[in-house]
Design a protein around this ligand. Sequence first.
Ligand SMILES: Nc1ncnc2c1ncn2[C@@H]1O[C@H](COP(=O)(O)OP(=O)(O)OP(=O)(O)O)[C@@H](O)[C@H]1O
Length: 311
Amino acid sequence: MKMIEIDNLVKRYVDFLAINHLNMNVEKGDILGLLGPNGSGKSTTINCILSLLSYDRGEIKIFGEKMGPEKYGIKQKIGVVPQEIAVFDELNVRDNIDYYCGLYINDKTIRRQHVDEVIELVGLEDFCKFLPKQLSGGLKRRLNIACGIVHKPELIFLDEPTVAVDPQSRNKILESIKELNRQGATIVYTTHYMEEVEILCNRIVIIDQGQVIAEGSKEELKNMVRSSEKVVVEVPEIQQHQLTELSKLPGILEISYDELHLVVYTEELRISMLPLLSYFEAQNIPYANLITEEATLNDVFLEITGKELRD
Ligand SMILES: Nc1ncnc2c1ncn2[C@@H]1O[C@H](COP(=O)(O)OP(=O)(O)OP(=O)(O)O)[C@@H](O)[C@H]1O
C-alpha cells in the first residue's frame, strides 16, 4: 500500500525552479532515507507533502487521498519532527509532551498512556520534571522527537534528528525509530549521515536539483555505481606520474590521493589487486595498512551527484 504518492511535483520560488517534476512513492512499512546535497529540495518536497507550501504543478496523495491544508483527518495521522527544536521553554518535559499529545487526543487516560509510552521509548524517564533549558542537546532532541510522535502517527517525518547529538542519544534515537517502525509506523528520514541510512533505511531516494536521480534499496544503489569495490592504502610518498600510471592498470576506474591515503576504485578487486601490488614493488613505493572495502553509500552518492553529502 502506498502511503505517499508524489506525481510530477513542480515548485518555483519566484523564478527559481526548486522542484522539477519530481516523482516519488513511499510504501507502508518503509523507513525511507531521503538524501540530497544542501539545497537539493528535500525540505521543499517535505513541506509540499505536508501542505505547508503551495506548489505549481503535480499531485500529492497521502494514504491514497489528495493532501491539502485543511485535511485535518490526514494530518492527525502524521507526525513531524522538525530540525529545529520546537518545544516550550516554560513547560517541563512531561508537560511539553502532554501539550502536543493534547492537540490530537482529548481522552485523558489515553493521553496519559501515550505520554508514558513515548517517554519510555525515547528514554526520558529520569527527566520528566526538567525544563528544556536543563537538558543536554541530545536530550532536547529526544524531547523534540517525543513531541512529534506522541499521538502515535502512522506516518512520521524526521528531519535530521541526530544533528549534533552525543553518541548515547544518537543510538537511543536510532533505536526508537526502529522500534516505531516495528510497531507499524512508516518513516521518512532526512539525514546527512550515511551510516544512519545504512543502519536504518530499507529504501533510499536521492534527490538533486529538485529531481529524483536515484532510488532503491542499499544493494540496488550500490550495484548502480561503477566502482563497486575499493582499496585504501597508506602511501607516504608517490610521484604524480606514478599516480597516472596506476590509474591505467587493469580494472582501475579512479584513484584519489591525499598525501597519505591512496584510494583505488576498481570494478573488481580480483583483477586489480595483483597489478597494483606488483606496481608498488617494481617502483619501490613504500605502503602500509592496506584494506579493501565494498563501495559505501557515500561512494554511491559521490558518484551519482558528484558532491559530498556532508557540508
Ligand atoms: N523561501 C525560499 N525562497 C527562495 N528560494 C528558496 C526558498 N526556500 C528554499 N529555496 C531554495 O530552493 C532550493 C531547495 O531548498 P531546500 O531547502 O528544499 O533544500 P534542502 O535539500 O532541504 O537543503 P538542506 O540540506 O540545506 O536543508 C535551494 O536552492 C534553496 O536556496
